[in-house]
Design a protein around this ligand. Structure first.
Ligand SMILES: Cc1cc2nc3c(=O)[nH]c(=O)nc-3n(C[C@H](O)[C@H](O)[C@H](O)COP(=O)(O)O)c2cc1C
Length: 198
């Protein structure tokens, strides 16, 4: 089994979302010995924000692209190939300002290509990245899975929708939450790991 780990925390080894991701990956490796893990660190190696050059390249047929347009589309082609090559994605999500980090949003922007990763049909949009299992490992300072702040979680609903739009509909959400709350911090990661059955 091929596992793609996406890191988007800027906090290195201290990152709760990365620790939670690692716990999920350890479970996957125990259940599927011999699996391979590819790590993509978006915080250390961010993709550029979409600019005019990217968009022009996307909408130019591959055989007609200039050298600059081929270079512009490279990030996207490479990110898509990496996802298509995986059976399972484990996406680490630090909860920043009520949603996902910009680096993760940028990765999704580069994955989203008409007629390559989604298409419009007479019955509506169809995602073309299918057959994947996705685990979201979300770390947040507060509590968003229930209670008064649940309505302000613009990370999990956004990711579920966006990944589903691309065809990745089998999504499990695991949370290390309340990491800024002294009474919850110590157990937050383990609780998230324990919530996942692989
Ligand atoms: C820039 C920034 C924004 C944050 N915004 C929120 C927030 O809106 N809500 C919240 O509960 N925690 C927030 N936090 C706390 C993080 O969610 C928490 O530190 C989490 O552990 C980050 O994930 P990481 O440990 O993988 O980096 C924020 C932290 C940072 C650095």
């Amino acid at each position: 089994m091929q596992i793609l780990q996406i890191i988007s925390s800027a906090q290195g080894a201290k990152s709760y979302s990365t620790q939670l991701s690692q716990g999920i990956i350890d479970k996957l490796l125990a259940a599927h010995p011999g699996s391979q893990v590819v790590v993509r660190n978006l915080a250390a190696n961010p993709l550029p924000y979409l600019e005019e050059a990217h968009l022009q390249a996307y909408f130019t047929p591959a055989e007609s692209r200039s050298a600059e347009q081929q270079a512009a589309v490279h990030h996207s082609d490479e990110a898509i190939a990496q996802v298509q090559g995986a059976d399972v994605l484990v996406i680490g999500v630090p909860f920043y300002n009520f949603t996902v980090p910009a680096s993760l949003k940028s990765w999704l922007d580069h994955l989203t290509r008409a007629n390559l990763t989604f298409r419009y049909t007479p019955t509506g949009p169809e995602g073309l990245i299918t057959g994947k299992k996705v685990y979201l490992a979300i770390a947040s300072g507060g509590i968003y899975s229930a209670g008064p702040m649940q309505a302000n979680d613009f990370a999990a609903p956004y990711l579920r929708w966006m990944l589903g739009f691309l065809g990745m509909t089998d999504v499990t959400v695991a949370r290390a939450e309340g990491v800024k709350l002294p009474e919850l911090q110590a157990q937050a990661v383990q609780k998230g790991i324990d919530s996942v059955t692989v």
